[in-house]
Design a protein around this ligand. Sequence first.
Ligand SMILES: [Mn+2]
Length: 337
Amino acid sequence: MLPTELLPVVSKITTLIADSSRILVAAHLRPDGDATGSVSGLVKSLLKAGKKVDTALLDGVPERFAFVFPPVELLRQPVIDSDHDLIIILDSGDESRTGFTFKRNPEKTCLINIDHHASNTMFGDINYVDTGASSACEMVAALLHHAELPFDSEVALSLMLGLVTDSRSFQNEGIRASAHLAAAKILQTGVNTTPILNLLNSGKSETDLRVQGFGLSNFQLHCQNRLATLVIRQSDLARLKASFGNVFASGLFNQMLSINETFASVVIFEREDGMSFCEFRSRGGIDVKEVAVAMGGGGHVPASGCSRAIAVDDLAKEAIELMTKQVNNFFARQENA
Ligand SMILES: [Mn+2]
């Protein structure tokens, strides 16, 4: 389940967990299925192993993922004075993505970074970073398996959530056998995956679908249809009686790539407080992370994002310009190769 070159680091983490009694587990702001699943899966396993565990998610657990979360109280204060033996940060390319400031004595408290983002800054004392992994959940599954930590159907439910959401149901390009081996390990526990299937297949609200309809009627194509772009302003959301969260839940980010000629997309949208967001997606190897990083964000080669406190139309102009260049350069290189 684990690439051979990662065995030493995972063995090191195994020893550190065995030698620790108080562990803090955290993940990124606006937790997605993978952040929620990896945190809750690891926390459940560590609790079952008899560890004292603190769980930190600054934005809390999204309602729709709450069914995987154990009944623990979350730490939500922005500055955490940590005297834990270990801090484990999951699914975060950088420590700042957690939204927390961890005050720790590095002599006493070791920081472990477990992540699969290509933009990871290796911010941990120990970095278990596997950019070929489908999800942080796949990596936690490999760790629990290797460390022989508790891995029952409750742990499995959490890990399945991030495995299927981050891999888009195993449809991502370059998905490895290890993702399927993690799924096998999860299913071997006898976990009932019906709640996850319901979430994937019937998890949208009426408003999510109205926002999806708006997006499908208003996207634009550029670069000989290779690039799809969509801007959703607060005025559009107000007319649909929708909010910022409905854009994430609409499925639009990936749907732009279902056009057979389209290889990259960007959706630019606005939150109630004026913060503006971009979500980039691609297929065929176009690197959208480069664009996201240039705009102050991060992520993966095929899926990245950024957010800035500027007007949505200004962010859209910049994003569309940079994406146009990225797509044109990619195809120019292909044609010259
Ligand atoms: Mn992830």
